[in-house]
Every structure is written in structure tokens, then in C-alpha cells.
Design a protein around this ligand. Structure first.
Ligand code: GDP
Ligand code: MG
Length: 521
């Protein structure tokens, strides 16, 4: 029996990782969390010629600088978790940007296989990718795939297993050369590293040197632990300031430029683009949906639609649940003689479980609506349009969903709102959203407000309720601002707001969505 293989799936968000993960592992999946963080960990398995192949879906990242939890999780797993091979799922239609991660994986000295996914989209845009040539240039195996149609998946598995089986010494991905000046400094740092103790893990010294030059705090910590104070960090500091002097920019920028230069070269040699001037359908849709005036109006309508879907759509089901539990407790009350036991069963168990179950239809409807928003790519536009406003209160563009559902439109509910924050990646923004969302004008507060309004402002009911909703918004935003500058202080990691092209949502994706919903419940 040959030993089992572990494949890690890496890739930018929206490159089709989950789709490929599903295609590889089918129903044999397990969803959990990475230890110590709220980043979701998906694992599954498949087999190849009778051999067990574990597949781990890493969080989607653009880079492996340790700026966000996602990136740290992905990087640490590659560094310490010892996947036998990393399959980097690349969105072929955005090849250059996606290769940035690939290049960093290659630098880490792990075995990398590129899955040029969305090859249909790339071809549709007139991109002709000579993937064999690209594979020769990068010196890593490349397979083209169409995750949606499950094309190329078998071959991807085949190639990944082959690569995993290669002896480590055979591995020779190309590496970026950063130009004389930077290379000189890298050599100096590497010399210092090599004069220290020989590390037991497999991180190449070159990678450590590059990271030190970039000023990566996590790697600095690692090196400090391993080498103590014997001048490695000093050398790195000296090199950094030397590079800044020469280039007038930070050393990290010189390194980033080097990588992009390398990628631009590789792409130029292996990709031909016809029809450069074509206006893509997505751009046309964006012209309307993110229009300066029309965009916000459409957005409000869509958010209102989600609100309606969550609360009105689920109403019959909620009613059904309530009726069911009412009958159940009536039945139990009749069957069990009055006393402590009856009280425990009726008021404790049945009413208790019923109270919680009453929220389930709400949450299910809302998650369904969110899944569609995310899958079509519209969620990213909402985040984009609102990011600047909400950022100034320390929140994220996507926080708006939670705020709306929790009662930003009077009569919402904080329970599904808190769950809606799962679309937020940045922990502090998510926590701030969770903490302030319940301050909105939720359904439970409405009767009280209605009572007070009827007593004090009988002539002006509707406008008073509207005023209360506006006051709630103000209160929520100010509270968020206060939280983010006190308890939840600190800069959010800068990150690129991804604008995926619009897509028709697929059922295959819904499977992973429903699994996530299961877990969160
Ligand atoms: P992830 O964020 O990397 O996990 O990406 P997903 O797997 O969620 O995919 C994002 C969207 O791209 C989904 O709507 C998929 O159905 C779609 N998709 C995935 N692979 C392909 C592909 O090869 N071609 C096309 N046209 N769409 C794809
Ligand atoms: Mg995914």
C-alpha cells in the first residue's frame, strides 16, 4: 500500500477553489475551523488508484504576507502542515494577478501544481494561453480546468499525485530574480542564515531571506526564535535601508515589483489576447449596477428585497413551526400531570427548543439570499459602493447586510443579522458589526416604540417611527466608531476589494453553502 497523500488547495478568492474541491471530493467532506481562529477549514478525501488522497481547502488569499488571518493560516499550513503538494487554483481570466500567489508558493519551496481554472472564461475573452509554455517557464506542472463543468479534474488529480510522489530533490520551480541590487542583499542575509543552526523544517533560506527583506513580522519572530541574536535581523535591517536608499521606495515594494515583473514576463511569453478592446458583459452590467446615481438606488431595492425575502418569505414556515410547538406543548400539558415535571417539559424543553427553532426559517431564507448575492458577484459591488462610508465608522461595506437585517429597516431581527456577519473576513470589523447590530430597530422593540409613540405623539405615528429608525442608525454607526477606536482599535489589514465578474449562481456551490449553514447553526 502506498502512503496517503495530502493535497492543499490554494488560490485567490473566487478562483473556483470550492468548486474544484467539491469536484475532487464529492460528498466526502468535513467542515471545521482552523485551530485558534474563526477561519473555516474544509477537508475532504478522494482516492487515486486505490490510494487515499486528502484534500484541504485553504482560505482564499491573494498573497502570503502575514497580514490577515487567512494568509497566516494558509501560509502556516503550507509551511508546517506538510501538504505533499499544493494545487494553486488560478483564475485564468485574471492570470497575472492570480500568479502572484503561485510565485510566492514556488518561493516557499513546496511542490506546486497550477490548475488554470475558468479556462472557458479566459478563452471566451479571447485569451489564448499556451499552458505548456507557461509550465516550462515556471517549471511547475499545469493543468487547465473548468470547475463548473468538472473538466480536467481527473487529470489534475493525476498530475498532483505524480508531483507528490517525486523525490524532493527533483523539485526545481523557477524563482524570481530580483535584480542585482536586491539579489546582493538577499545573498548577504542568506549567508547569515546559513551560518546559523540548520533548520529541521523545509523552509528554504532564500524564502526566509526574501521575507526578512520584505520586513515580514512573523518570519522575523521565527528567525529570532531559531537564531537568537546573531545578526540575521541586523543584516536584514541594514539591507532594507540600503534598498530603500537605492530605490527610493521600501524594500517590500522592490520585492513586489520583482515578482510582478517576473510574472509579466512569463505571461507575455505564453499568452496571446485577441479582441483586447472588447467590453465585457460584466463591465456593461457594472455600468448600470454601480452607476453613481442609479447604483445606490438599485442597491437599496435589492437589500430591501433580501429583507423581504428573509422576513416575509419565511413567515409561513415560522407560523408552521410555532403552531407545531404550540400543539406539542398542549399535548404534553395534557399528558403530563401538573407539577415540576410538566413545567420542565412544557416551559423548559418544548418552549425553549421551539423558541430557538423559530429562528431557523429566518436564517435559512437569509442564507439562501446571501448565497445568491455572493455567487452572482453582487455582494462585492455592495461592499464596494458602501465601503468608503462604512469604513469611516470602522465597519466594512458588507456590514450593511447585517445592519439592514437587524432592523435598519424597522422590524428586523438581530439573530439572523449576527449570522449574516459571516461574510466579513476581518475579525475586528466582524466583531464590531456583531456588537452594534442588535442596537437597531428590531421587531421586538417595535411594539414598545409603538406604545410610546401612541401615548406621546398620537398624531405623527409613521414619521416618529421613521425618526426612531434613523436615530437607531445614528446610534449604531457612532457606537461602531467608538468601539473601533477603543476596545476594537487598530488598523484593519489593507486588502483588495475583489470585483468578480457577474455569474449565474450554481447549485454545486449551494452544496458548500448549505454545509456552512449547517455548521454555523
Ligand atoms: P472560491 O471562492 O475560489 O471558492 O470560488 P468558487 O468555487 O466559489 O467559485 C466561484 C464561482 O465561479 C462559482 O459561481 C463557480 O460556479 C464558478 N466557477 C468555478 N469554476 C469555474 C470555471 O472553470 N468556469 C466558469 N465559467 N465558472 C466557474
Ligand atoms: Mg470558496
Amino acid at each position: 500500500m502506498s502512503k496517503p497523500i495530502t493535497i492543499a488547495l490554494a488560490g485567490n478568492p473566487n478562483s473556483g477553489k470550492t468548486t474544484i474541491f467539491n469536484a475532487l471530493t464529492g460528498a466526502r467532506q468535513h467542515v471545521g475551523n482552523w485551530p485558534g481562529v474563526t477561519v473555516e477549514k474544509k477537508e475532504g478525501s478522494t482516492s487515486h488508484n486505490g490510494r487515499v488522497v486528502h484534500v484541504v481547502d485553504l482560505p482564499g488569499t491573494y498573497s502570503l504576507t502575514a497580514l490577515s488571518e487567512d494568509e497566516i493560516v494558509a501560509r502556516n499550513f503550507v509551511m508546517k502542515g506538510d501538504p505533499d503538494v499544493v494545487v494553486d487554483v488560478v483564475d485564468s481570466a485574471n492570470l497575472e494577478r492570480n500568479l502572484y500567489l503561485a510565485v510566492q508558493l514556488m518561493e516557499m519551496g513546496v511542490k506546486v501544481v497550477l490548475a488554470l481554472n475558468m479556462i472557458d472564461v479566459a478563452n471566451g475573452r479571447g485569451m489564448k494561453i499556451d499552458h505548456e509554455r507557461l509550465a516550462r517557464l515556471l517549471r511547475v506542472p499545469i493543468v487547465t480546468t473548468n470547475g463548473k463543468k468538472e473538466k480536467g479534474i481527473k487529470q489534475l488529480l493525476e498530475v498532483a499525485v505524480q508531483e507528490a510522489d517525486k523525490p524532493a530533490g527533483d523539485y526545481s520551480a523557477s524563482h524570481v530574480t530580483y535584480g542585482l541590487e536586491v539579489e546582493d542583499e538577499l545573498t548577504k542575509i542568506e549567508e547569515k542564515l546559513e551560518s546559523g543552526p540548520t533548520p529541521e523544517d523545509r523552509v528554504p533560506t532564500r524564502w526566509l531571506a526574501v521575507k526578512l527583506l520584505e520586513g515580514d513580522a512573523e518570519v522575523e519572530k521565527l528567525v529570532e526564535q531559531r537564531y537568537g541574536n546573531d545578526g540575521v535581523l541586523d543584516q536584514a535591517r541594514k539591507s532594507r535601508s540600503h534598498i530603500s536608499e537605492v530605490f527610493g521606495d521600501g524594500a517590500d515594494i522592490a520585492v513586489t515589483d520583482g515578482r510582478y515583473g517576473f510574472i509579466a514576463g512569463a505571461v507575455k511569453e505564453s499568452v496571446v489576447v485577441d479582441r483586447l478592446d472588447r467590453v465585457y458583459l460584466s463591465d456593461k452590467i457594472d455600468n448600470v449596477l454601480t452607476h453613481r446615481l442609479l447604483g445606490p438606488v438599485i442597491m437599496l431595492l435589492i437589500l430591501y428585497g433580501i429583507y423581504q425575502c428573509t422576513f416575509v418569505g419565511s413567515e409561513p414556515l415560522v407560523g408552521y413551526f410555532e403552531a407545531f410547538f404550540a400543539r406539542l406543548s398542549g399535548f404534553a400539558a395534557a399528558a403530563i400531570p401538573e407539577g415540576l415535571i410538566q413545567s420542565l417539559v412544557v416551559s423548559g424543553m418544548i418552549d425553549g427548543v421551539g423558541g430557538v427553532m423559530g429562528f431557523v426559517p429566518l436564517i435559512a431564507f437569509m442564507f439562501f439570499a446571501i448565497a445568491i448575492l455572493e455567487d452572482t458577484g453582487y455582494m462585492a459591488r455592495v461592499a464596494f459602493m458602501l465601503d468608503r462610508v462604512l469604513k469611516s465608522f470602522g465597519l466594512h461595506g458588507s456590514s450593511v447586510l447585517a445592519l439592514m437585517v437587524s432592523g435598519g429597516i424597522a422590524g428586523g431581527c438581530a439573530v439572523p443579522a449576527v449570522m449574516a456577519t459571516r461574510t466579513l473576513r476581518e475579525p475586528k470589523e466582524r466583531l464590531a458589526t456583531i456588537l452594534v447590530a442588535p442596537l437597531m430597530n428590531c421587531g421586538a422593540k417595535l411594539p414598545v416604540y409603538a406604545l410610546l409613540i401612541a401615548a406621546f405623539f398620537p398624531g405623527d405615528k409613521a414619521s416618529m417611527m421613521f425618526a426612531l429608525t434613523l436615530i437607531s442608525w445614528g446610534f449604531v454607526l457612532v457606537s461602531a466608531r467608538v468601539l473601533r477606536s477603543t476596545l476594537l482599535g487598530g488598523q484593519s489589514a489593507p486588502f483588495v476589494l475583489e470585483m468578480p465578474p457577474y455569474r449565474v449562481p450554481t447549485v454545486a456551490h449551494e452544496r458548500s453553502f448549505s454545509m456552512q449553514a449547517d455548521r454555523s447553526l
